[in-house]
Design a protein around this ligand. Sequence first.
Ligand SMILES: [Fe+2]
Length: 366
Amino acid sequence: MMPFRLPVRVFMAPGCLSELDGELRRLRAERVLLVTDSGLQATPWPDMVARLARPVLTDASTRPNPRVADIDRLAREARHAGVDVVVGLGGGSVLDAAKAVAMLITNPGSIADYEGKNRFEHAAAPFLAIPTTCGTGSEVTWVSVVSNPATKRKISIKGDGMFAAAAFVDPDLLASLPDGLVASTAMDAVTHAVEAAVGRAANPTSDALAAAALQRLVPALEAMAGGGERDTLRLMEGSTLAGMAFGNADVGAVHCLSEAIGGVLDMPHGLLNAVLLVPVLRYTESEIQEPLAALVSGAGLRDAARLFIDRLDALRRALGLPDVAGLGVDPGLYDDLARLAAENGSNASCRRHMTATDYHALLSDV
Ligand SMILES: [Fe+2]
């Protein structure tokens, strides 16, 4: 049994990015690596972070679904530059890449050598996480997910030493994110909350966090889909609370299948989860009905489990997100994708025992 862990100093308020300076001083940071992506270059945030962190090395080349070779290269460059603290500014891909690099700076070889839990010997370099999307939860989890093109698989590297030293959950940073990305990343966060609560590893603390996350995310997304203002505070809080929940209760079949598809076809993680969430919930409904009903009532949403699933489906459509057929996945790949999903490390956390045949049915029956 895993204990509940959350060793991250979490700042969660508008404007809290200004606390970065104090955290860097607390860590006695001298040589900072700033990891970000090119999409953020048009926003004020990379300059603001650079002013506070004065990085000796900045890498803005992170792509969606970061690759093993990119992590290995950046860790080599960081070692060469004597980096002692890593700051990640971006969405899940950037935070996962920065987290992986922080571990690999102090450990030899390739990131691909460390798939699994606590496989590394030396403490990672301190890592500071600044999310700019509202879905990943990576700022409060111990996991980094990296694509390995050599095997067309996504690998998870987990470790007690991989948690961020501090996270700055600042809703101001969502302001420049396009609506489509807010929607798909927030649906990833909804998936985190739901999978944490209906999975086998759910516990009272993760359940409370998942309900608190859902209470913020669903109304905020529905308001957005209805043409209202986006509530960046509730979206950002919901995303991080959902991260705390799944970081301590794992994910399930939605992520098993989305990581399989994302690894083979390089499609965005948030979009895949948004599309797969309802089909998976319907497929496993009889097994998850009870914990899902408890989650929904805990979140004050006053739906029965089935009504809530219908509500999520309506939300996906209202947000303009496709269904499974709309993803355009080649049916010739279903066998491989179903096998990869069943092999995912989180498959054991599903409340319903899911085989490759089940995943195949999910892909073909919808
Ligand atoms: Fe996710």
